[in-house]
Design a protein around this ligand. Structure first.
Ligand code: FE2
Length: 214
């Protein structure tokens, strides 16, 4: 392997020098958080969200949680602005930014919709693909009391929780994001994540997928 190829192969493991946050204390300090998996977040258009909700409404029974796979025509509806195309572009952006080089093959597996109501958990799990993602189509009204109440170490009701490495002193090992309609998260398929059951009204409707990336 020549030096150019070797450098290229190692480059994708090189972290960023970006400052995560700053302390104005004495002394002031820059904090870098260079290691670990990266989670990408982008936005999906209202038109596409509306289409995916209309499709889901035609499949789901109101008030009943369920899970179903989207058909190929539904995934490709909208041409360049379809779910397939938007997700493929987001994955290419993710790979290019994380690995410092464009991705070759991006193969999207199935897309599935998960509809949940109060009290339903999504136990911590990982996915089978190289990269996975979740897109929020509907979010419940979580009661403010519930939102204040922590379950364990900051995992919050109805939020998506990403976890890594257990408790390690002086390291960050979990993060919770409040679901927002139209937010699309891309993350390594091996990264553990789950959602605590929420108390409140309405539906938590998300769409998930796996992708093989080379
Ligand atoms: Fe998942």
């Amino acid at each position: 392997m020549d030096i150019v190829e070797k450098t290229r192969r190692l480059k994708k493991y090189e972290a960023s020098e970006a400052v995560a946050f700053r302390s104005e204390g004495s002394p002031g300090m820059d904090f870098l958080s260079p290691f670990g998996p990266l989670i990408g977040r982008t936005r999906i258009s209202v038109d596409l969200i509306d289409h995916l909700n209309a499709v889901s409404d035609s499949v789901l029974t109101p008030g009943q949680g369920a899970e179903f796979e989207l058909s190929e025509p539904d995934c490709s509806w909208g041409g360049e602005d379809s779910l397939q195309s938007c997700v493929a572009r987001a994955i290419r952006t993710y790979v290019e930014c994380v690995e410092h080089e464009p991705s070759g093959l991006v193969q999207l597996d199935n897309f599935w919709v998960v509809s949940q109501f109060a009290g339903t958990p999504s136990p911590v799990h990982f996915h089978s693909g190289d990269l996975s993602g979740v897109l929020y189509l509907k979010v419940p009204a979580i009661s403010p009391d519930e939102e204040q109440r922590n379950y364990i170490a900051g995992r919050q009701a109805g939020y998506i929780n990403f976890l890594i490495g257990g408790k390690q002193r002086f390291a960050r090992s979990l993060i919770s994001f409040k679901p927002v309609i139209g937010d699309l998260y891309i993350f390594p398929g091996w990264l553990l994540h789950g959602a605590e059951p929420f108390r409140g009204t309405g539906e938590r409707r998300s769409l998930a997928f796996n992708a093989r990336v080379e």
